[in-house]
Design a protein around this ligand. Structure first.
Ligand code: NAD
Ligand code: UDP
Length: 323
């Protein structure tokens, strides 16, 4: 991995959960960061602490419209990531992935910037290959309620590789598996934020289905490290590359772990499983290991601790505001 400083870096979706951590780390490495966001699911509070920094700039902009800026690197993260949010306005979700990719690829082509796409394990759908390797083409429903996200992201990958083949663009594609940590949106419906918030409020934890479906949870610091290594990986390495923590847990195990760590008397309640909910998911990270020298260091228990502390502070601050 090259170690460069002083680059002009564009982060789309930079005011979101992953984007805000990425902006922070890029600035700490000495880069100038332009954070572009339409605040659909992200918010200014996530980057408030960076506002006074001369290396940081925030621009309200929707990536479905063209953007004219001069940059050396583009991290394309703009897209709602939680099922509740991406299903709220599915047409806009597909537009964000597809038109957003076209606009950001067009920008990269004009200014000859290297561009990284935040793709997703959802490109594998409900996988028949386990753990998932990058050469698996996936098992995706093209017309279901998750399709706006899954197919949008698949089409974005297609665009990235066509721009690479047709216009020799310098691309990097990361397939990100479930990631969690501080600054997740408390109401975004994702399982880690839901369970932690429910346990802290002493509410029952809502398990969809029987809780036997699995996910692999990566802490945000590990993930951001992987993204940055990928961006500066050797010339000619495009990915796609899986980034995630291979530790696989059933959703029931996650719920029990959260209750154990938060304490209190919360119980499990079972609700219907949403359609097309993948039954299992675990990344094979041998490519990331070989090409980027990357593997995650933070276990689920280690990562849940600061996540629980974050939501605890957030809920207490909200309670204080109300009184
Ligand atoms: P997030 O919802 O917190 O962040 C997405 C950001 O993109 C938000 O700040 C939102 O306001 C912004 N955005 C949405 N539409 C936009 C548009 N049209 N123009 C400009 N900005 C727009 O989600 P996140 O978890 O930080 O995810 C970031 C990226 O990583 C997404 O592309 C997501 O698909 C991908 N990803 C995340 C995970 C995960 O587990 N967190 C897993 C796989 C892939
Ligand atoms: N899930 C759950 N209870 C919740 C939220 C989610 O049981 O309150 C389940 C959901 O059905 C899925 C898993 O947890 O099987 C992960 O859901 P999430 O929305 O976090 O991510 P994704 O399904 O996109 O991997």
């Amino acid at each position: 991995m090259r170690s460069l400083t002083g680059l002009r870096v564009l982060v789309t979706g930079g005011a979101g959960f992953l984007g805000s951590h990425l902006c922070e780390r890029l600035i700490a490495q000495g880069h100038d960061v332009l954070c572009v966001d339409n605040f659909y699911t992200g918010n200014k509070a996530n980057v408030q602490h960076l506002m006074g920094n001369p290396r940081f700039e925030l621009m309200r902009h929707d990536v479905t419209f063209p953007l004219y800026v001069e940059v050396d690197r583009i991290y394309n993260l703009a897209c709602p990531a939680s099922p509740v949010h991406y299903q709220f306005d599915p047409v806009q979700t597909t537009k964000t992935s597809v038109h957003g990719a076209i606009n950001m690829l067009g920008l990269a082509k004009r200014v000859k910037a290297r561009i990284l796409q935040a793709s997703t394990s959802e490109v594998y759908g409900d996988p028949h290959v386990h753990p998932q390797t990058e050469d698996y083409w996936g098992h995706v429903n093209p017309i279901g309620i998750r399709s706006c996200y899954d197919e949008g992201k698949r089409c974005a990958e297609t665009l990235f590789f066509d721009y690479h083949r047709q216009h020799q663009l310098d691309i990097k594609v990361a397939r990100i598996f479930n990631t969690y940590g501080p600054r997740m949106h408390p109401n975004d419906g994702r399982v880690v934020s839901n369970f932690v918030v429910q346990a802290l409020r002493g509410e029952d934890l809502t398990i969809y289905g029987d809780g036997s479906q699995t996910r692999s949870f990566c802490f945000v610091d590990d993930l951001v490290d992987g993204l940055m290594r990928l961006m500066e990986s050797r010339d000619g390495f495009t990915g796609p590359v899986n980034l995630g923590n291979p530790g696989e847990f059933t959703i029931r195990e996650l719920a029990e772990k959260v209750i154990e760590m938060v304490g209190g008397s919360a119980k499990l309640v079972f609700q219907p499983l949403p359609s097309d909910d993948p039954t299992q998911r675990q990344p094979d990270i041998s490519v990331a290991n070989a090409e980027l020298g990357w593997s995650p260091n933070i276990s689920l228990a280690q990562g849940l601790k600061p996540t629980i502390e974050y939501f605890d502070r957030l809920l207490k601050a909200a309670d204080t505001e109300q009184t």
